[in-house]
Ligand binder design. Structure first.
Ligand code: ADP
Ligand code: MN
Ligand code: MN
Ligand code: MN
Length: 342
């Protein structure tokens, strides 16, 4: 797997989002260069065939990869790098699929508020058609023992989960923690709290690393909001949010004001919170129904939960429980900033 170091060649793995809608996928390809690259400004722009990623017509197929973030490559090691990119058109405008570019404008406009995001990314590990925990026939035992469990009876896929955690940390991704989830074979990692562009970049990079490492384990990763029908929790991407004013003394008042603003924009938020989320936001399984908005202290059946930490300190952050596991963090961050800071 190691690139021959005698060749003094460095592998740059260019990673970007394709044009599949409503849920984009990650793509990547490798460029070999003869110099060390330590930040996005040093990584050359590159291109790709947009007609193979639903980003262009065959007649005029070149799309531009513009590097925005460079990290150590924990898989190839040494001086190799991951190069995360925005997609641009040849005419120098952001590509329509580039959801990071509009967030950049929103984040700049409201930079004074110093918004922070912590995203809880849930996902499900599959072996073929079924999650790792599923027997050949029937279903595993009902939910209860799996969340934060230890022991082979209740844990599935920990080798991959640990490899992913180590890789994210080696890449400098700011992971806040990991845990096994309520449905067997389901896991979570959290990224943040960090700014809106950073959290989006690091969430997409950590998703890429998870897919990449799953290849080595013969496992597939699903970000479906409802990977298994029936009495099983879906997979979300709870988005924890704060501004400087929310974190400061007396911030609870600002948080309550934010919740009241969120109440008036519920549908606009749901629209950008991930495809297939109606299957997950049923009102059961620790969710509020998709057509209702409610906020409450420590309430896991609410759209917005005020965590106990915030209640006790009278300041802190709120948790938006509505985003689905397959959401685009750039869209979610832009929507939250516009509603709350706008
Ligand atoms: P839960 O109890 O909902 O499972 P987690 O511990 O999984 O909570 O996730 C909480 C998330 O909130 C973490 O990603 C953490 O980084 C984030 N967080 C903590 N403080 C803040 C803050 N001030 N602003 C935004 N996010 C925060
Ligand atoms: Mn969590
Ligand atoms: Mn969770
Ligand atoms: Mn949560």
């Amino acid at each position: 797997m190691k690139i021959n170091s005698l060749m003094k060649s460095i592998a740059l793995e260019y990673i970007w989002l394709d044009g599949y809608s409503p849920t984009p996928s990650l793509r990547s390809k490798t460029k070999i260069v003869d110099m060390k690259v330590n930040d996005a400004g040093e990584a050359p722009e590159w291109g790709f065939d947009g007609s193979s990623t639903r980003q262009a017509e065959g007649k005029s197929s070149d799309c531009i990869l513009r590097p925005v973030r460079v990290t150590p490559d924990p898989i190839r090691g040494e001086d190799h790098r991951l190069v995360f990119c925005e997609v641009w058109n040849a005419d120098g405008t952001p590509h329509i699929s580039n959801t990071r570019a509009p967030l950049r404008a929103v984040a700049e406009k409201h930079a004074k508020e110093e918004s922070w995001f912590g995203i809880e990314q849930e996902y499900t590990l599959f072996n073929g058609e079924k999650p790792l925990a599923w027997p050949e026939e029937g279903e595993p035992g009902e939910q209860g023992p799996y969340y934060c469990a230890v022991g082979s009876a209740n844990i599935y896929g920990r080798d991959l989960v640990e490899a992913h955690l180590a890789a994210c940390l080696a890449a400098g991704i700011r992971i806040a923690g990991i845990n096994s989830e309520v449905m067997p074979g389901q896991w979570e990692f959290q990224v943040g709290p960090i700014g809106p562009l950073e959290v989006g970049d690091e969430l997409w990079l950590s998703r890429w690393l998870l897919h990449r490492l799953s290849e080595e384990f013969g496992i597939t990763v699903s970000f479906s909001p409802k990977p298994m029908e029936g009495d099983w929790n879906g997979a979300g991407a709870h988005t924890n949010f704060s501004t400087k004013a929310m974190r400061a003394k007396g911030g609870r008042t600002v948080i309550d004001e934010a919740c009241k603003k969120l109440a008036t924009r519920h549908q606009e938020h749901i629209t950008v919170y991930g495809a297939g989320n109606d299957k997950r936001l049923t009102g059961k399984h620790e969710t509020a129904p998709i057509d209702q908005f409610r906020y409450g202290e420590s309430d896991r059946g609410a759209s917005i939960r005020i965590p106990i930490f915030t209640v006790q300190h009278g300041a802190g952050y709120l948790e938006d429980r509505r985003p689905a596991a397959n959401m685009d963090p750039y869209k979610v961050a832009a929507r939250l900033i516009e509603t709350i800071c706008g």
